[in-house]
Design a protein around this ligand. Structure first.
Ligand SMILES: [Zn+2]
Length: 282
């Protein structure tokens, strides 16, 4: 595929990467008629990170995505598989605009809980406490002997921290059970893993946008943030036409797809089939 369509790409830059992926998908659908096709288009995610959630660049990306979907649908018509095909268009997150970074590991460095490496934004492996970012949230890991209630107080005092989940609460959310805490930022803030920055909380320099971990918008917040939803659109012969489902959970998508495909897992899975979507099962 790269031999055939590689000229469409400019490395992994958008929007060219999605054009390349779409060309590959169209060719595969037409020539191989697969039973299941999974396509990941990232143009709008990239444009939101770089320019903001509702920026003109993000809206332009949405229009490009629309025309890519049209090409993919047309490919199934050309392959003669359209009338048998169920299409699902989904996102796995929205985004929230940000202005400030929280370098949480700097707080741990200030308290001797980890050791920054001189001249770098990284730190030595012999940490007692470390934070690993998911942008809107961050995992905190601690060695067994660390006093967690003191640590929690330390984190709670940092500007931009909205909420701290302890390990047991994190497990209930489906997060990593090995963490000491899962920490959520307030909208407008996000976390990095960096140390040796000028201040713990730092404004994002507009000139740094597009470099590693420098954003105008991010995801990774908890699912209870206001106006923080994503999309799922179903269409095809198995799908109830014209229905709207008010809310569902991301973990319900897998079981719904399995049901559409007639697949059965030998073990229970997270989530459940979204009611009202599938025609045959009501
Ligand atoms: Zn993203």
């Amino acid at each position: 595929m790269n031999h055939r369509y590689g000229k469409l790409r400019r490395g992994i830059k958008q929007p060219w990467l999605d054009d390349f992926v779409t060309a590959c998908a169209v060719n595969t659908i037409k020539n191989k008629r697969p039973d299941l096709t999974l396509i990941h288009l990232v143009d709008m995610d990239s444009m939101r990170h770089r320019n903001g959630v509702r920026s003109p660049q993000a809206k332009a990306a949405l229009q490009r995505l629309d025309s890519r979907v049209a090409k993919i649908i047309q490919a199934s018509r050309d392959a003669g598989t359209y009338s048998d095909t169920d299409f699902v268009i989904l996102g796995d997150h929205y985004q929230i605009n940000v202005e400030k970074m929280i370098h949480l590991n700097m707080v741990f460095a200030e308290h001797g809980l980890l050791t920054p490496i001189k001249g770098k934004t990284t730190y030595k492996n012999n940490w007692q406490v470390t934070a690993k970012t998911c942008d809107g949230e961050i995992y905190v890991y601690a060695k067994d002997y660390v006093n967690l209630s003191k640590l929690k107080q330390l984190i709670a005092g940092v500007e931009g921290v909205e909420r701290i989940y302890d390990g047991a609460e994190a497990v209930k959310l489906g997060a990593d059970p090995r963490c000491a805490f899962l920490v959520e930022a307030k909208p407008g803030y996000y976390f990095t893993d960096e140390v040796n920055r000028p201040t713990v909380v730092e404004k994002v320099d507009p000139n740094s946008l597009g470099t590693h971990d420098r954003y105008r918008a991010v995801h990774g917040y908890g699912p209870n943030q206001p106006n923080y939803f994503t999309t799922a659109i179903f269409a095809g012969p198995s799908i109830n036409q014209g229905k709207t489902v008010e809310t569902a959970h991301l973990v319900d998508e897998g079981p719904t797809f399995a049901k559409i495909l007639g697949l059965h897992y030998p073990a229970p899975t997270a989530g459940q089939v979204i009611p009202g979507v599938i025609k045959r099962w009501g």
